[in-house]
Design a protein around this ligand. Structure first.
Ligand SMILES: NC(=O)c1ccc[n+]([C@@H]2O[C@H](COP(=O)([O-])OP(=O)(O)OC[C@H]3O[C@@H](n4cnc5c(N)ncnc54)[C@H](OP(=O)(O)O)[C@@H]3O)[C@@H](O)[C@H]2O)c1
Length: 305
């Protein structure tokens, strides 16, 4: 018996990284899946694999989460196929990196449009069906939503916002007696493809990054994420370093400020990065890969040093 036997689970950002691994874990646990992302061919490959490995039924609903009509159509098609929806995971996201004084307004809009408005669109379009099944919402935030670091202003802002949305949604669903839970997931650093995407949302397939000892593999992360969703936890922070980082952000913000600002705001971040950045990109594109927190990740192009 799997934890999600017979349940229908919708995941955005299912074509790579955490979303893809969660799809595998949900399938292992007996779920039927509605898979969304923009790259349809990736979703097709995944659906074939899940059918062969777990005999899991999948419905492909490609969509861009910044397009509300596409998001609504994506979940509607999946519900038409399976007849119900039990879990919606708003996972699609990417990371804009760079100092606040140098980020352009368009960078901010792009970041918030995908990570925040895209998550809200996912939740809004899923809730009517989730209320019928007393189901579960999961929002993928980040430890960067507990502890902000130099050059992650836009990404952290988006993840603080996602946490706030999760907190409020939990309360509103409880007040209304819907039986719908909301789990806000806050991963620390996990090995995925997030470092391939630059601030403009453009993918650089060949971009590599230095291995990082603090990082979890995505399958391990997916296992604990799916377990937290099943347990209807309100918030779940993970990777050991992520828990430490979130604790410092909450309880010792002065110390976190001191530790992180010692690298100097203007020039090289090398001294702070040695302690804090998990895996600077090694591609030739970025001049100075963005420093990130010890516990989270955006490793996009670093096109804004
Ligand atoms: N990796 C980490 O260390 C880490 C840590 C904390 C939080 N997170 C969060 O975890 C989530 C997943 O990230 P990841 O690390 O797994 O990155 P990833 O490997 O790059 O996967 C991102 C997924 O989001 C999808 N996506 C991006 N923009 C989209 C859009 N506009 N519409 C629809 N789908 C979109 C991508 O698919 P397509 O390109 O095919 O659309 C892809 O499936 C993100 O919210 C991220 O912020 C990651």
């Amino acid at each position: 018996m799997g934890r999600f036997d017979g349940k229908v689970v919708w995941i955005t950002g299912a074509s790579a990284g955490l979303g893809r691994e969660m799809a595998r874990e949900f399938a292992r646990q007996g779920a039927k899946l509605i898979l969304s992302a923009r790259r349809k061919e990736r979703l097709e490959e995944l659906a074939t694999e899940l059918k062969e490995t777990f005999d899991a039924e999948c419905h492909l609903s490609p969509c861009d989460v910044t397009d509300e009509a596409q998001v609504e159509a994506a979940v509607a098609a999946g519900v038409e196929r399976f007849g119900q929806l039990d879990v919606a995971v708003a996972n699609a996201g990417f990371g804009v990196a760079g100092r606040i004084e140098r980020l352009e307004i368009a960078d901010w809009r792009r970041q918030l449009d995908v990570n925040v408005i895209g998550a809200v669109a996912t939740v809004r379009s899923a809730l009517p069906e989730l209320k019928k099944t007393r189901g579960r919402v999961a929002l993928v935030a980040s430890v960067a939503g507990h502890l902000a670091s130099p050059r992650t202003g836009a990404y952290s802002a988006s993840k603080y916002a996602v946490r706030a949305i999760g907190q409020v949604l939990s309360m509103e669903m409880a007040m209304a007696g819907t039986g719908v839970s909301c789990t806000t997931l806050c991963p620390g650093y996990v090995e995925t493809e997030i470092h391939q995407i630059d601030n403009r949302g453009v993918r650089h397939e060949g971009r590599s990054k230095r291995p990082n000892k603090l990082a979890w593999q995505a399958d391990k992360a997916a296992r604990v994420m799916v377990r937290a969703i099943h347990a209807r936890k309100r918030e779940y922070v993970f990777t050991a370093h992520g828990v430490v980082g979130a604790w410092f952000g909450r309880h010792l913000p002065g110390l976190a400020y001191f530790a992180q600002s010692r690298g100097g705001g203007g020039g090289s971040a090398s001294s702070s990065r040695a302690a804090t950045s998990p895996a600077p990109a090694t591609s030739s594109t970025p001049v100075d890969p963005p420093a990130t927190s010890p516990i989270d990740t955006p490793q996009p192009a670093g096109d804004n040093p």
